[in-house]
Design a protein around this ligand. Sequence first.
Ligand SMILES: Nc1ncnc2c1ncn2[C@@H]1O[C@H](COP(=O)(O)OP(=O)(O)OP(=O)(O)O)[C@@H](O)[C@H]1O
Length: 582
Amino acid sequence: MVEHDHVEEIAQVLDGQATGRDSYVDASWRRCVEVYGMDPTSRVPAHIVTDSEFRTHREQADWMIGAARSSLQRLFRQVAGQNYVLLLTDAKGVCVDFFGDDRLVDELRGAGLYLGSNWSEDLAGTCGVGACIYTGEPVTVHQDDHFGSAHTGLSCTSAPIYDSLGQLAAVLDISLLRSPSPKSSQNLAMSLVTSAARRVEMANLMAASRREWVLRFSTSPEFLDVDPEAAVSLDGSGRVIGATHAATRMLSRGKGLIGEHIDSLLGLSVDDLPDLMRDRPTEERVVSLSDGGAVFGHAIAPQRPRRAQKDRSTPEKRAVGGVLATLAGSDPTMARLLAQAERLAPTHVPLLICGESGSGKTKLARAIHMASRRRGFVALDCAGAMPEQIEAALSAQPEPGTLLLRGVEDLRPEIVRALPALLDAHAHMRPIATSGHAPGALLSGETLPAALYHRLAGSVLELPPLRERQDLGWLIERLLGRRCGGEMRLTPSARSELMARDWPGNLRELGNVLDVACALAESTVIDLPDLPAAPRPREETLDLEAVLDACNWNMARTARRLGVNRSTILRRIRKEGLQAPQ
Ligand SMILES: Nc1ncnc2c1ncn2[C@@H]1O[C@H](COP(=O)(O)OP(=O)(O)OP(=O)(O)O)[C@@H](O)[C@H]1O
């Protein structure tokens, strides 16, 4: 009889009649009949994936299971003794983690409230997990809200968990085999499960952002430091690189948050973050929202990097903090260089940063600027710049700032002549020059007069090429996470292939290779065939003479084009006995 009423009610919904049920239930019923071709009278049992499918789902959700564990345990303790069962499913609806009463395991397994059950809507019909995946919102699917008669005894309340890039990553579900009749009996379950999902997102964002700034928000000051509502992670320039779902709702104006600059979202810039740290009273840490509202903010500075590999031959260096710390993993050369950069950042010493193309000179210059707490930042590509442009750009910066001169070996002669006077006239701008040439080559060559070299190179920072860095593995993981999203993984063979390459294009090449691999991978796993081929070893492919000709035998340009040092070009010219045309 009850079953007959249920079928009748579904028929009414299909006829467009209102039933008083939640709209997501009506919509799901319609999909079950019209899209998945299901029959409400057939008793379809729970769908359980095979053991090997389960292993795959579990492996892929491993990171989420880890991030969610303590929140699930806490939630399970909160509902202890009330016969609730907790399921964590992946974004496809397969249960990958489970907390329930051991004594009920057989019954729970029979009802599909167990590891390996697949609650996607197209298999299980209207259900909590399926409707949550479909709508992206928390839902309660209570008793005969379920479509299939096999599940109409259950009450399931499910909340989505998003990854820090805004993709649905998992569903947290709290279910009962038997429940009181009114759906409102599950309101408390809804509140518990949405809070737990929010905490999982927060834990996940914090774990992925140890080397970034994190800004957490709360509408009430007393919860700000202990149980905030939302959070974003920011790169050194203040760009959002991760957000919880609540932050996306709170801050975005209809579009996503990722890639947005914090100053366009809030009444503050990245330089203001230290004012929102815990040492200030909570009531003073107010952040204005773009809709005119305000919340309380708690900024957490990037954690210091793990200590560089113990190298007894080099003295232990002080750990670097802040944005500079985000540039390297455990590489002794980088650790020394970043410690130097950190000490030089607040001074007015002009800096020259040398390194191969793509080795991160510009990135380092920006990080030094950030660490210097200067405000204005003027960046010029020396190859194209004219003196009037430099003058205009500098004049637009009244506050102390940084003048970045990129590719200083390409300065036009008229700028070489004009630059000293420009630097004198704008002494509040600290010059940082970058060059693809080694310092010795810059000084001894025809490129820069010695006086200008010394004017620009108060201190020289030489970035190692990627093939000489010991933190390649760390960089791969970091760039993968940042460019391709937290869920992408490399197979061991793809990883060892990347570790074996010599990266003539340095970090730029690594970033591009990972972008391509992420685009080509058919799942969240990047395998060997997804990697673009490495350029063939330079020794084999280099038609040096042709490139020299194309660059009018300009060594600097040739070296840049080939991504090698000028000294490498000179050595190869001698070795191959090449001669410039007369
Ligand atoms: N430490 C780093 N971590 C992550 N990405 C980095 C790092 N350093 C550089 N990159 C990335 O590598 C690319 C090249 O960096 P950058 O422009 O700073 O190199 P460059 O040495 O100035 O290159 P060029 O001399 O060719 O202008 C950029 O996309 C940058 O974001």
